[in-house]
Write a protein that binds this ligand. Structure first.
Ligand code: 9MJ
Length: 680
């Protein structure tokens, strides 16, 4: 038979190639071919399988999403029970664990442990028969779980067929299915846009996704998996140690956490734990501790089990990030743009080492969705540097008469009407700069580092200046004199003695320094709604100065890249307000100035018609280069295609760089871009 009449060979080769590239992309995070090439191979395989349905196998890369929604999940008995882990909540408990291990083993020397993050996801057992994934089940009660094969098959980093050929005939691999934080944020954003319910945390999102009866929904969720253990394994031991067995899993294309590492003895465990605790917030997944496992399988065997947990492993937990406490009341905070944020006033509670008395409740809809009432016992979460949040209530502890929250219809700060625009989550005070809260936030923003950068003018000072009615708007800052400022820094007694205030002098000098600025910073400092740093830079590059910008109507504004009708309307509305124009006039009189540039339309456009893509890490914000390129007439795109002229690739550039190489495009490093710009 020729290749035309017997597609078997081509199908086999395509599947092998697709598996290889799937592994490079989803498991190693290091793709070798552009997405378009992968899609082409997949389409070719799909076409062949459509023409020859008898050749379709369940482990074909085309078969990730198949089958109709289930009626319910069936129960699965685990061939080998899925164990839980004993916990250690302190250094002492960890020390006890290591001592017990050494005593039982009769070991004088340090025990080698395999250390790895303890993921906060869902434990899953994958069963491979002759290298093909035949079943995926949840842990359930350890003896029996639920069959979630249909959903787990949609997880791209889970191979439907193992790579290589040296796998045992039956191989059960265990690990944690989880949702990366980045994927979780994107999913919640999507849910909000679609008016669907959001998830409280990545774990709930992962659990909710795996429990979908319709595998198409699970397929659209950004799930992935790290493998860390074994169930039934046919044909003898895989290796002599857990770490060597993990290396075999990796070779078969399974995803293993890159943080996994062998350590020596208790000291090694403690050093690993401390180092990971430091880096915890920077990981793209939630972890609640570190798991330590005796690395040698013979030692695991002699240590055995106690009740349902192995004696050879322990989970050393981080201090809890969630605690319960009483919700005493709900205050309303008014932001710079008038957005009202309900803030929970809490009975003080220690969360991960910090006393928390306030936590955000986000907005009215979130309060309703979580059904939070005053008097409830609520769950407070604090992670890293982020503001503590109320993630839910404990319904069983609701006291009689717990009160539902009602958003006021007048601003608690200034009494102005509160409006909630259609499609917006936030209710807003309509008082503008008449509202003292908005005024305070606007001035703080004006002075902040990325805006006018008035060194030393912190929140406290702004508040004092407003209380003493020294200022009304940002421009008044520049009219302040030493006699007005000194009392903010010195006690009355010191003042009377004629003591000089260094703070007041420094602040006056900082105000003076801030007068020389850049147009983009000044624009950002004005606090126009929806005009963040990037938009301010784009507007500044396009119009060159204030005159051009103030003269622009909505259409002209929308000629600026990234400016749509909403931003244009906010910009126009800002400059239409007479009190804003008065402040601008005062700022001008105060001597604020910047180097004027001619508008983009009058500047030479040496890069007109050229498209750039920026990728990888650059030493300056990408937005800086972007606005510079745009000002010179270039287009800056987010993805690489045949139409791209230059790809600027900093360290860490991945698939975009690969694609550029494949398409034989011009690839520049950062210095190359700087050289190119300086030659123009
Ligand atoms: C988690 N959750 O990350 C185990 N786990 O080992 C790791 N769980 C485990 N190992 C034996 N990394 C039973 C459970």
């Amino acid at each position: 038979m020729t290749a035309d009449t017997d597609p078997r060979g081509r199908i086999k080769r395509l599947r092998a190639e697709l598996r290889h590239h799937n592994h490079r992309y989803y498991v190693l995070d290091d793709p070798q071919i552009p997405d378009a090439e992968y899609d082409r191979l997949l389409r070719e395989l799909q076409a062949l399988e459509t023409a020859h349905p008898e050749l379709i196998t369940p482990d074909s890369p085309t078969q990730r999403v198949g089958g109709a929604p289930l009626e319910g999940f069936t129960e699965v008995e685990h061939a080998v029970p899925m164990l839980s882990l004993a916990n250690a909540f302190s250094a002492e408990e960890m020390q006890d664990f290591d001592r017990r291990v050494r005593e039982r083993l009769g070991a004088d020397a340090d025990v080698t442990y395999l250390a790895e993050p303890k993921l906060d996801g869902l434990a899953i057992n994958l069963r491979f028969e002759n290298g093909s994934l035949t079943q995926a089940a949840t842990r359930g009660d350890g003896a029996r779980g639920e069959d979630v094969t249909q959903n787990v098959r949609t997880i791209d980093s889970v191979p439907l067929k193992l790579l290589g050929a040296d796998w045992p005939p039956v191989l059960e691999v265990r690990g944690e299915v989880y949702m990366p934080r980045s994927g979780f944020e994107a999913l919640n954003q999507r849910q909000r846009t679609n008016g669907e319910k959001t998830f409280a945390n990545p774990r709930n999102a992962a659990a909710g996704s795996l429990r979908q009866l319709d595998p198409r929904i699970a397929a659209a969720r950004p799930l992935t998996m790290f493998c860390y253990g074994f169930g039934e394994v046919g044909g003898g031991p895989l290796a002599e140690t857990q770490s060597a067995a993990m290396a075999r899993l990796k070779a078969w294309g399974l995803r293993v956490c890159p943080e996994q590492q062998t350590v020596q003895g208790l000291a090694g465990c403690n050093a690993y734990f401390d180092a990971l605790a430091e880096r915890r917030d920077g990981l793209d997944y939630d972890i609640d501790g570190v798991v330590f496992k005796a690395d040698r399988f013979d030692q695991q065997q002699s240590l055995g089990f106690v009740s349902r947990a192995p004696r050879w492993a322990i989970a050393r937990k981080f201090p809890a990030q969630e605690e319960m406490t009483e919700l005493l009341g709900i205050d309303i905070q008014v932001g710079r743009t008038g957005a009202l944020t309900p803030v929970a006033r809490l009975a003080p509670v220690q969360v991960a080492g910090v006393t928390v008395t306030n936590a955000t409740l986000h907005n009215e809809d979130e309060i309703r969705r979580k059904d939070v009432r005053i008097g409830d016992t609520v769950i407070v979460r604090r992670a890293g540097d982020v503001i503590p949040q109320v993630t839910g209530v404990v319904p069983d502890r609701r006291p009689a008469g717990a009160q539902a929250f009602v958003m006021p219809d007048h601003c608690p700060e200034c009494g102005s009407d509160i409006l909630r625009a259609a499609g917006e989550a936030a209710a807003r005070c309509t008082g503008g700069l008449f509202c003292p809260a908005q005024r305070k936030e606007a001035i703080k923003h004006f002075a902040s580092r990325r805006a006018m950068d008035i060194d030393g003018l912190g929140d406290k000072l702004v508040e004092q200046m407003l209380e003493r009615e020294l200022i009304q708007d940002p421009a008044d800052l520049y009219a302040l004199n030493y006699d007005q400022l000194a009392p903010l820094f010195l006690q009355p007694a010191a003042l009377e003695k004629g003591q000089e205030s260094k703070g007041a002098k420094n602040l006056l000098a900082a105000l003076e320094r801030s007068k020389e600025t850049e147009f983009s910073r000044f624009l950002f400092a004005l606090g126009i709604r929806e005009v963040g740093e990037a938009t301010a830079r784009a507007l500044a590059a396009h119009f060159g100065g204030l005159e051009g910008l103030m003269g622009a109507d909505r259409e002209a504004l929308q000629e600026v890249s990234d400016v749509g009708p909403i931003v244009a309307a906010h910009v126009e509305a800002f400059f239409d307000q007479s009190h804003n124009r008065e402040v601008l006039e005062k700022l001008n009189h105060a001597g604020i100035w910047w180097q004027e540039a001619s508008p983009a339309s009058e500047r030479p456009q040496p890069l007109a018609g050229q498209t750039f893509v920026l990728t990888g890490t650059l030493s300056r914000p990408r937005e800086d280069y972007k606005s510079e390129l745009i000002a010179l007439g270039a287009k800056v795109a987010s993805s690489v295609s045949k139409k791209t002229d230059y790809v600027v690739a900093g360290p860490g550039a991945g698939s975009k760089r690969d694609k550029a190489e494949k398409l034989e495009l011009n690839i520049l490093n950062e210095q190359g871009l700087i050289d190119l710009l300086s030659e123009l």
